[in-house]
Design a protein around this ligand. Structure first.
Ligand code: GCB
Length: 701
């Protein structure tokens, strides 16, 4: 541990100081604060101002006394547009009438990827527009009451979506993994006798400026390929699942409604501070009742202002799992927008709030001012049959497995996960590095203006959606981009600056596999997150090189940047049931040995500046077919069906003995016996690995 640690702490709740005073006029909670607390609190407000660059909210739809939710999950009608240009649906206006009237339809579950639902390989690998449709009975009171807004919301669809209601286009959205919505009340009221027919067209085509990027390659040699043959090239290592992946629902609000809430939290001694801001729509003169309740439902602070600071005496902080006996403590912030005289109803929205702080020093990651070590995993939204579709049994099983493993964190590799998952993280104290879909940015053309503009919008949408989750402690703007290319400098400088402006309360990173000396994005991140696969993609079959190569990796990165480092991926494939002693690649024994060899180095370096280890991967997952993948990527410590491999027990045991050790002292560690073969015969430079690798890997993936 270095002595300078706390000198260079970056507090992510206290960054900017401008333009705060107008928020505080008449704010009683603030007036009650002692003077020495005032500065921190005012800063907190300024940070919050910066976080409010988006003009509409995207609150998770919750039922309340003023809001109803109607889920449209179940079986929808479905047709893939197999016309050569995939445009027949638009040319023939399939949205104008029932889908079954314009051609054959099949059953398709929502939410789910469509790829693995049928026995048809052409649908599994389909590229282009697919059409979903269903009719919904809308409660007549929603229609009769003109003071009710009716909103359609799609949790996520891959990747480009257009939505029609009764043949009228109501919204479109670029990008998967994030929600979008449209108000449809007026449309439904036009002809209340009609059923509500919802048509959603979804296109999974990826291009150089989508996230993730991809390229359509047309094969024009007719001695080799049929007429019109094309493939979608992608630069990421998971199956390009498509369809409506998260719930579609209708929800209501009163006409004047709570559009967005932002909370930023802090504490001093045992007093918690919840800085909040509420924005509303259609309310000319809004009045509020704001109540913060503890777990027992008791009011502990209140206000009548749209923004302010609530003070909580004897605060229960939000703590990560295994860092406190009572992790994941959540308060409830009930926001009531009181109805104007003569208008029908109040709007009520209740937001769970966890009070915690996040800070980064040159060697530590602090949660609530205490060192936090990421004992974590990388995951995928992936499982048999439903692909990337949200699945409650799977989610709950995964949380049980995370706890069984003793994991306190995960990264949402390589895209934002469902809000329902983040809510579970909030409740269970599982810490999240929230990653946007910036994966596979490998082509220099994907650093252009169109890409950057879209990437900024995606960060807007991600921060808007996830800003209030206490579990989210850091944003990741990309995974393994070609960060050594010249345009990466401007690209990441702009992207990271923008993300920090959106949210000055959290550190920002991206995940690198570049050479430490040539990475052009690393200067802008708060935490270095580095992936490496020593003895797998490099020196395959030689785990004896891991100690020296991993040491060199850490020393190089820390030497250049003096920023804390997370090993954001490490691992090896193991086909469940394959065994060999001495270990060979693809066996469970080899996977165990690789992990153990990495862990030995982590346990040295965590005394200095390594602040976390995220295994690749939690579970096996599906990928594109290729010579490097045996029915998917097998680096899971669980199989795709969530059964443990031998490596899972290594992690479980390790975390049982080292979990409470955070950033610096490793006094409680029981080191596991690891056979390290000392003769190092094949040393290669540890970094810049992807230059060699990419050529190998692109052959397969
Ligand atoms: C990586 C990628 C991840 C891959 C993994 C692998 O570096 O970030 O998406 O799945 O390596 O197994 O090759």
């Amino acid at each position: 541990m270095t002595s300078s640690r706390s000198d260079i702490t970056t507090s992510f709740s206290n960054k900017s100081t401008s333009n705060f005073s107008r928020n505080f006029v008449g704010n009683t909670a603030l007036r009650m604060l002692k003077p020495e607390k005032l500065f921190r609190c005012l800063c907190l407000f300024a940070a919050f101002e910066a976080a409010c660059l988006l003009d509409t909210g995207m609150l998770f739809p919750r039922e309340s006394s003023s809001r109803e939710v109607k889920e449209l999950n179940g079986v929808w009608n479905f047709r893939a547009d197999r016309s050569p240009d995939r445009n027949q649906g638009f040319d023939a206006a399939w949205y104008k009438s029932r889908l079954a009237e314009t051609g054959p339809v099949i059953d398709m579950p929502v939410p789910a990827s469509y790829n693995d639902i049928t026995q048809d390989p052409t649908l599994r690998d389909f590229i282009g527009w697919v059409w979903y449709e269903r009719e919904v009975v809308v409660p007549s009171r929603w229609i009769a009451d003109k003071g009710t807004r009716v909103v359609i919301r799609v949790g996520s669809a891959h990747y480009y979506s257009v939505v029609w209601v009764n043949g009228v286009r109501v919204t479109e959205h670029k990008g998967g993994h994030l929600p979008f919505e449209a108000e449809i009340g007026a449309l439904l009221r036009k002809d209340p006798t009609q059923p509500c027919r919802i048509t959603i067209a979804v296109n999974n085509t990826l291009s150089l400026d989508t996230l993730p990027p991809g390229v359509i390659q047309h094969m024009t040699d007719h001695t080799k390929y049929p007429e019109g043959y094309f493939v979608q090239n992608i630069y990421f290592d998971f199956f390009n699942y498509a369809g409506i992946h998260r719930p579609v629902l209708l929800y209501t609000t009163p006409t004047a409604y709570v559009d967005d809430i932002t909370v930023v939290t802090d504490f001093s001694d045992n007093t918690g501070l919840v800085k909040y801001k509420v924005s509303v729509q259609n309310a000319a003169s809004a009045t509020f009742k704001i109540t913060l309740m503890d777990k027992g439902g008791h009011c502990i602070a209140s206000s009548s202002e749209p923004s302010g600071v609530l003070k909580i005496v004897d605060v229960n902080l939000w703590w990560p799992y295994l860092m406190h006996e009572n992790p994941g403590y959540l308060y409830s912030l009930e926001v009531v927008l009181l109805a104007a005289e003569g208008s029908a109803s109040n709007d009520v929205y209740t937001l769970p709030v966890g009070i915690r702080t996040v800070d980064v020093t040159s060697t530590q990651f602090l949660i609530n001012k205490k060192p936090f070590y990421f004992h974590g995993v990388n995951k995928h939204e992936d499982s048999d049959i439903r692909g990337k579709g949200l699945d409650w049994p799977l989610m709950v099983k995964d949380f049980n497995l995370l706890k069984w493993l003793g994991a306190n964190s995960f990264r949402t590799s390589h895209y934002p996960y469902a809000e329902e998952i983040l809510q579970m993280c909030d409740r269970h104290g599982i810490v999240v590095i929230d990653e946007c879909p910036g994966v596979g940015i490998k082509d220099i053309r994907s650093f252009g203006n169109a890409s950057l503009t879209h990437h900024l919008v995606v960060m807007d949408e991600l921060v808007r959606r996830d800003k209030n989750h206490p579990s989210v402690v850091m944003w990741s703007v990309a995974n393994e981009p070609a960060a050594e290319m010249p345009p990466a400098d401007y690209y990441f400088k702009t992207l990271i600056k923008h993300t920090k402006e959106l949210d000055p309360t959290r550190p920002v990173t991206f995940i690198t596999d570049s050479n430490y000396a040539r990475d052009k994005g690393a200067p802008y991140v708060d935490v270095i997150c580095v992936n490496s696969y020593f003895s797998w993609y490099h020196d395959p079959g030689h785990p004896e090189v891991i100690p020296i190569q991993l040491n060199t990796q850490f020393e190089n990165w820390y030497g250049k940047y003096q920023k804390p480092i997370i090993q954001s991926e490490y691992g090896a494939d193991a086909v469940p049931g394959l065994h060999s002693d001495p270990p060979v690649m693809f066996t469970e024994e080899y996977q165990k040995l690789v992990l153990q060899s990495y862990h030995n180095v982590f346990d040295q370096k965590r005394k200095q500046y390594v602040i976390g280890e995220l295994i690749w991967n939690f579970a096996d997952f599906m990928t594109t077919q290729g010579i490097m993948r045996v029915v998917g990527n097998k680096k899971g410590v669980f199989s795709r069906q969530r059964q443990p491999k031998a490596a899972a027990f290594i992690l479980k045991e390790r975390r049982a003995t080292t979990l409470h050790v955070t950033g610096g002292s490793v006094t409680e560690v029981t080191f596991l016996a690891v056979a390290i073969i000392k003769t190092v015969t094949r040393l290669t430079p540890h970094s810049g690995l992807r230059e060699e690798l990419n050529s190998d890997r692109s052959k397969g993936a």
